[in-house]
Design a protein around this ligand. Structure first.
Ligand code: FES
Ligand code: FES
Length: 190
């Protein structure tokens, strides 16, 4: 019987491949093991490794917001987020925002208001808007202005309209859900 202290490669003289270790996280609900440089920014891993190119590179300095994604549901600049900070975390990109075929209310509002011009900044704008509406379900113009996502095409007025439209829709959906639940309970108690 082989001495358990002897590694398999030692018997044969062949050096075994080191076990691959890395940083494991969830990206859009799927497990992802990052085995590269732990200091690599998330934006690189998303675009170059996972080919999730909806998230854009703008400034690389945390200033433009083109790279905005969600980490555990909160908006974060992917260009400033090192992979080593993401072990066990949940990352959502624009590709993972819809629920199957059902677009998010913010995505629908963006279509209704015809927000994008060149489109480059828009994934970041949408991800930032979704986060804002979680924190402020009825945001003021000042709340929206604080988003700080830059659009070189100047789509800010349409971004503002779309966020307000989405806020109203989310509220209406909640009300409809409450009514449906109440009707169900009333029906069940008869
Ligand atoms: S590319 Fe990340 S903030 Fe500009
Ligand atoms: S739509 Fe062109 S940069 Fe925003």
């Amino acid at each position: 019987m082989r001495d358990p202290k002897i590694l398999p490669g030692a018997e044969t003289g062949v050096t075994p491949e080191p076990l691959k270790t890395g940083i494991e996280l969830l990206v859009n609900g799927e497990r992802f093991m990052h085995t590269g440089d732990p200091d690599m920014p998330l934006l690189w891993a998303l675009r170059d490794t996972l080919r999730l190119t909806g998230t854009k590179f703008g400034c690389g300095l945390g200033q433009c917001g083109a790279c905005t994604v969600h980490v555990n549901g909160k908006a974060q600049r992917a260009c400033l987020t090192p992979m080593k900070s993401l072990a066990g975390q949940h990352v959502t990109t624009i590709e993972g925002l819809a629920n199957g075929d059902q677009l998010h209310a913010v995505q629908l509002a963006w279509i209704e208001e015809d927000v994008p011009q060149c489109g480059y900044c828009q994934a970041g704008q949408i991800m930032a808007a979704v986060d804002l509406l979680k924190r402020k379900p009825d945001p003021s113009d000042a709340d929206i202005a604080q988003l700080n996502n830059i659009c070189r095409c100047g789509t800010y007025p349409r971004v503002r309209k779309a966020i307000k439209r989405a806020a109203a829709q989310i509220e209406a959906d909640k009300e409809a859900e409450k009514k449906a639940k109440a009707a169900e309970q009333n029906g069940g108690s008869k």
